[in-house]
Design a binder for this molecule. Structure first.
Ligand code: NCD
Length: 311
């Protein structure tokens, strides 16, 4: 299994073979994570630092657990309490940490491109845990693993990505990954939230959700990212839910075995009906969280192999 990358910055840089390599290795970790003894030592001796400049529940916890299960020494930097607050720049902070010789640096940052910039300044492997509206590669990989396990394949599926696409790095990374694996992608949302240039990725754009959901295999909902909005993108949450919120009636237009996904955190009753999100016969939202740990273990193992190879 070869994976010729120093960092994991985006799906953009990965080939279909790279994607398959990560997912195949992740499968072995799904099994390990279901046992009571979950420990492996593939990262033993290595230091992993998690730097989250933006809030996170799932992603940070998942990277932390992934590193610990693989035997790395894991440190979570509390960026709220760090010198960033005293005016230190991102690069100065990165250089300071770099001098402590980490092997893996996991970074989330509100600015698109910030993680790429940081990767150019440090000696270790950098994993992008989400940069602005740009990429969130491990989320797209965990979504891909969830889809592959539920549908038995990751190609020639009809996949709808719905809602606030304009502000979503999850949508962007998924669009790139699912396109590379030759799926048919539909983007559904109000024109204010679905930028026209996204059609250039080869997706079909719909503003009528009932039309867009017809016969899809996968319905991926996105959170309305209010923190990235500075004006009237939607008339009201009530109206938005009426037109674009996923409920059983709209889901009825998709294939009978269509699965429902959401990266979390969810706004229940805004983009998705709460009982549908909790319906284990349709929703794979909990599986997505489970796959997140396995995919992050796989990604870190592949990068660490290259680190050791280069040493
Ligand atoms: C996403 C993110 O941070 O981009 N969440 C996540 O990583 N699970 C999506 C979101 O915040 O809506």
């Amino acid at each position: 299994m070869s994976f010729a990358h120093r960092h994991l910055l985006g799906i953009e840089q990965l080939s279909p073979a790279d994607i398959t390599a990560i997912l195949d290795l992740a499968e072995t970790y799904v099994d390990l994570n279901r046992q009571s003894a979950k420990h492996s030592d593939v990262l033993s001796g290595l230091t992993q630092i998690n730097m989250f400049f933006e809030n996170s529940t799932r992603t940070q916890a998942s990277f932390e657990l992934a590193g610990k299960r693989l035997g790395a020494d894991v440190m979570n930097m509390s960026m709220q309490a760090s010198s960033i607050k005293k005016g230190e720049t991102l690069i100065d902070t990165a250089m300071t940490l770099n001098a402590m010789h980490p092997d893996l640096l996991v970074v989330r940052h509100p600015h698109s491109g910030a993680v790429d910039l940081l990767a150019q300044k440090v000696n270790c492997a950098v994993l992008n845990a989400g940069d602005g509206r740009h990429e969130h590669p491990t989320q797209a990989l965990l979504d891909a693993l969830t889809i592959r396990r539920a549908k038995g394949r990751l190609h020639r599926l009809n996949i709808a990505i719905c809602g606030d696409i304009a502000h979503s790095r999850v949508a962007r990374s998924n669009l790139i990954l699912l396109g590379k694996m030759e799926n048919r992608i539909r983007l559904i949302g109000p024109p204010t939230l679905v930028p026209a240039q996204f059609a250039a990725f080869g997706a079909e754009v719909y503003d009528d959700m009932r039309e867009g959901l017809k016969d899809v295999d996968v319905v991926m909902m996105l959170r309305l990212q209010k923190e990235r909005m500075d004006g009237g993108f939607i008339p009201s949450e009530r109206e938005y839910y009426h037109r674009y919120g996923l409920d059983r009636e709209k889901l009825g237009l998709a294939k009978a075995d269509a699965i429902v996904m959401h990266p979390g955190p969810m706004n229940r009753g805004v983009e998705i009906d709460g009982t549908l999100a909790d319906d284990i016969n349709r929703s794979v939202i909990q599986e997505q969280v489970e796959m997140g740990v396995a995919v992050r273990m796989a990604a870190m193992e592949l990068l660490a192999r290259n680190l050791r190879g280069a040493a």
